[in-house]
Design a binder for this molecule. Structure first.
Ligand code: NAX
Length: 334
């Protein structure tokens, strides 16, 4: 078996982790020939529940799972890790102001950013899932200045998968017939799912998705709002937020980041904006299309034609991220 990887999942006693841990341990993300040491972090009140998850992982008897460490200690969790999948976050409680949620989560991601800085390998790759994912990611990378900013991403793959599936079902084709969907901006209701550059294989030939759908009113209206509000629709129906689809999207994101994207295909992920792509502001974490080389180095897909409609949507979600950043910054250590 190839050299192992040490992979941390936070929020490990939560519902996304329950769907996610098996796939990582089973080799569905990093490959069957990679031995995995799985580190699971949650908060102290969840220590007993974590023990149950450990027992279940042991009982799966998976060949690629070398070791399982469950802990409520941040130092133990972050020491020498190769990958950090930061799922754990404070959920919004009834009566909680948005500011209170930002504050609670800023505290978590300051602590975890500092732990990455102190204890993780300098080559660690970090995926932030816990909401507000983009701003939590910005906080974590700010608190880990010795790790390259390009090693931090946040999850918008679930939004991309939702958009891809909407187009595929509209065209009556399989999900893998649709590619190069883009999610711009924040993982929130201001995100901009953009089908203008996507492709679809219909009846054996490849076409631009917009030309294949032939319904601009739907593409600029219901398609966008369905994707933007999908998380809320799942909560309304299930009384719980997306977990199975979130875990699947995390696996897709990390697998592409580890093995690279294929051929001319791209994927969307929230990355640190250095101000040099598509006129986006500097110092926010913004979702853009990227191509990824094996090993993880990514390049932003450049040169896409941006319509006035797209521009206004891209700017609106950037504006929301600037506001989130400004609100969260009050809670950062000086
Ligand atoms: P759960 O509430 O089921 O689980 C969260 C877990 O995190 C709990 O076990 C909790 O004890 C733990 N936790 C809290 N603070 C922690 C800390 N400081 N260190 C370690 N663990 C801690 O939530 P779940 O449904 O699993 O969702 C987790 C997060 O993902 C939420 O913030 C949610 O909003 C976010 N999501 C983000 C998505 C994205 O696309 N970026 C989509 C899915 C999901 O909504």
């Amino acid at each position: 078996m190839a050299d192992g990887l040490k992979v941390l999942v936070t929020g490990a006693a939560g519902q996304i982790a329950y769907s996610l841990l098996y796939s990582i341990a089973n080799g569905d993300v990093f490959g069957k020939d990679k031995s995995i040491t799985l580190v699971m972090l949650d908060i102290a009140p969840m220590a007993e529940a974590l023990k149950g998850v450990v027992m279940e992982l042991q009982d799966c008897a998976l060949p690629s799972l070398k070791n399982v460490i469950s802990t409520t200690d941040v130092k133990e969790a972050f020491t020498d890790i190769d990958f950090a999948i930061l799922v754990g976050a404070m959920p919004r409680r009834q009566g909680m102001e948005r500011k209170d949620l930002l504050k609670a989560n800023a505290k978590i991601f300051v602590e975890q950013g500092q732990a990455l800085e102190k204890y993780a390998k300098k080559t660690v790759k970090v995926l932030v899932v816990g909401n507000p994912a983009n701003t939590n990611c910005l906080i974590a990378l700010t608190c880990a200045p010795s790790i390259p900013k390009t090693n931090f991403t946040c999850l918008t793959r679930l939004d991309q998968n939702r958009a891809q599936s909407q187009i595929a079902s509209r065209l009556g084709v399989s999900n893998d017939s649709v590619s190069n969907m883009i999610i711009w901006g924040n993982h929130s209701s201001t995100q901009f799912p953009d089908a203008a550059h996507a492709s679809a294989v219909v009846g054996g030939s490849t076409a631009n998705a917009v030309e294949a759908v032939k319904d601009d009113a739907w593409l600029n209206g219901d398609f966008i709002s369905t994707v933007q509000k999908r998380g809320g629709a799942v909560i309304a129906a299930r009384k719980l937020s997306s977990a199975m689809s979130a875990a699947k999207a995390i696996c897709d994101h990390v697998r592409d980041w580890y093995f690279g994207t294929k051929g001319d295909k791209w994927t969307s992920m929230g990355i640190y904006s250095n101000g040099s792509h598509y006129g986006l502001p500097e110092n926010i974490v913004y979702s853009v299309p990227v191509r990824i080389a094996p090993g993880g180095e990514y390049t932003v897909v450049e040169g896409l034609k941006i319509s006035d409609f797209a521009r206004s949507k891209m700017d609106a979600t950037a504006q929301e991220l600037l506001e989130e950043r400004n609100a969260a910054w009050d809670f950062l250590p000086t």
